[in-house]
Design a protein around this ligand. Structure first.
Ligand code: GDP
Ligand code: IMO
Ligand code: MG
Length: 440
């Protein structure tokens, strides 16, 4: 039987998932996106050339890969097909290697406008408890429609009469809000219909029953990677609600978002940045608003891959990482961006929290974000290193203090570290152990 591996982010996204999935994709035949939409920005660097993918699974650059968008993904037709065409223009012929689920949902112009108008209004009111700082791509509204059972699925493209009446009803609802509540112009039926008609044939050519394809692939000994978008703490259920995205980015989403049962998964690799970043609002206990942030920003190039916003930065937070290991059943970790720590005199790791009210120590992450306000991080301080680690491919060649840093994290979270990334390029990688090597 082929193996099924989930690769996901253990933090607030942008951990370097794209690079790692691209790297591992020479050992598998399928890569499946199971949730999210074009809010994701996954960066690959191959032979010095950078490509950012939003909807198309990382790994597609290799000819052996079939890229799949599962039912859990929300698909903007124009964005998706533009991305396909962008890759074709660069010489990656992928049109016949992309499949989408009959049951995935369309993200249309009115979703994007709704996201923009809502965020604009919340920002104006500068009400910190409600402004999320979304990517304004329409992700939330598209999932709201799905849950409200008025969403338009890919398979609706085969039933145009039904689709047209659904669209009329949805536009009545959205246009009422746009006009009355947000005091904005309405969106015309014809302009939304144009996007659907422009893209319908191409989408239907790629549409299929993904669940059966994946089960058959396993039977034929083909391995599959399930590519998480966003990260654990942006998950709608397990993240820092309400400062989250609108899908399940944790490992459970791989099952519901692709149509294969939970017993099908063999390995879950958690991708963890050596420090922390988040984009948008929400709690962040180890956030640094000082020269450490300038260091991470400068050497980690912490600008959003999708929206270009500056990412907030801070120290690694182990209570968060432990919770992530727990909710995802993570088998092992891949640590990324080790090279960004080069040159720091000291490196801090948050090992627990202290209550500002009663000085009590906590090892767990509070469920409600308001309860984070009463906590401060307790750090273990480790010595840094001056030598460059960028591009190092062997653990033994890392500076002693870097080796020590990695071993300490491994001891504190009690699961192995399989892979260390020392630069953005595919080749800047250390394989530490052979768990994954034995599996795929
Ligand atoms: P993703 O959303 O998890 O795929 O991550 P992004 O692509 O949004 O952000 C990660 C950024 O870090 C990208 O610019 C990558 O090229 C870069 N990157 C990935 N791994 C490393 C690494 O080990 N070192 C450095 N310096 N950059 C890395
Ligand atoms: P990748 O896959 C980092 C954040 C947004 C916002 C919140 C909700 O590249 O790691 P949304 O538009 O999803 O409704 O926004 O989630 N966010 C991400 N942050 N990386 C991402 O994706 C993200 N996708 C969404 O900044 O705080
Ligand atoms: Mg990203």
């Amino acid at each position: 039987m082929g193996k099924n591996i989930i690769v996901l982010g253990t933090q607030w996204g942008d951990e370097g998932k794209g690079k790692i999935i691209d790297l591992l994709s020479n050992r598998v035949n399928y890569i499946v996106r199971y949730q999210g939409g074009h809010n994701a920005g996954h960066t690959l660097v191959v032979n010095g050339k950078k490509i950012v993918l939003h909807l198309i699974p990382s790994g597609i650059l290799r000819k052996n890969i079939t890229g799949i968008l599962g039912n859990g993904v929300v698909i903007s037709p124009y964005v998706f097909l533009n991305e396909v065409n962008m890759l074709e223009k660069k010489g990656y012929f992928i049109k016949n290697r992309i499949k989408i689920s009959n049951s995935s949902f369309l993200l249309l112009k009115y979703h994007e406008l709704m996201d923009i108008f809502r965020e604009e209004q919340l920002k104006k009111k500068s009400d910190n408890d409600f402004y999320i700082g979304t990517t304004c791509r329409g992700i939330g509204p598209a999932y709201e429609d799905k849950i409200a059972r008025r969403g338009i699925r890919i398979s609706d493209l085969n039933h145009m009469d039904l689709l047209i009446s659904k669209l009329h009803r949805n536009l009545d609802f959205y246009n009422f809000l746009f006009r009355k509540y947000y005091k904005k112009p309405i969106i015309e039926f014809d302009s939304v219909m144009k996007e659907i008609l422009d893209t319908r044939n191409e989408l239907l050519k790629m549409a299929t029953d993904i669940s059966t394809i994946l089960i058959d692939a396993n039977k034929k000994n083909k391995n599959v990677i399930f590519e998480g978008a966003q990260g654990t703490f942006l998950d709608i259920d397990h993240g820092t609600y309400p400062y989250v995205t609108s899908s399940n980015s944790t490992s459970g989403g791989a099952s519901t978002g692709s149509g294969i049962g939970p017993r099908s998964f063999d390995y879950i690799l958690g991708v963890t940045k050596c420090y922390l970043t988040r984009v948008g609002s929400g709690p962040f206990l180890t956030e640094q608003l000082n020269e450490i942030d300038s260091h991470f920003f400068k050497f980690g190039k912490e600008l959003g891959s999708s929206t270009g916003r500056r990412r907030r930065t801070g120290w690694l937070d182990l209570p968060l990482l432990r919770k992530s290991i727990q909710v995802n059943s993570i088998s092992s970790l891949c640590l990324t961006k080790l090279d960004v720590l080069d040159g720091l005199k000291n490196i801090k790791i948050c090992v627990s929290y202290r209550s500002l009210k009663n000085n009590k120590k906590f090892h767990e992450v509070p469920d409600h974000y308001k309860d984070w306000e009463d906590l401060e991080p307790i750090y273990e301080i480790l010595p840094g290193w001056n030598d460059r680690t960028k591009g190092i491919k062997l653990f033994s060649l890392l500076p002693k203090n870097a080796q020590n840093y990695i071993r300490i994290i491994e001891e504190l979270v009690k699961i192995p570290i399989d892979i260390i990334s020392t630069g953005p390029d595919r080749l800047d990688t250390i394989f530490l152990r052979s768990f994954l090597n034995k599996l795929i």
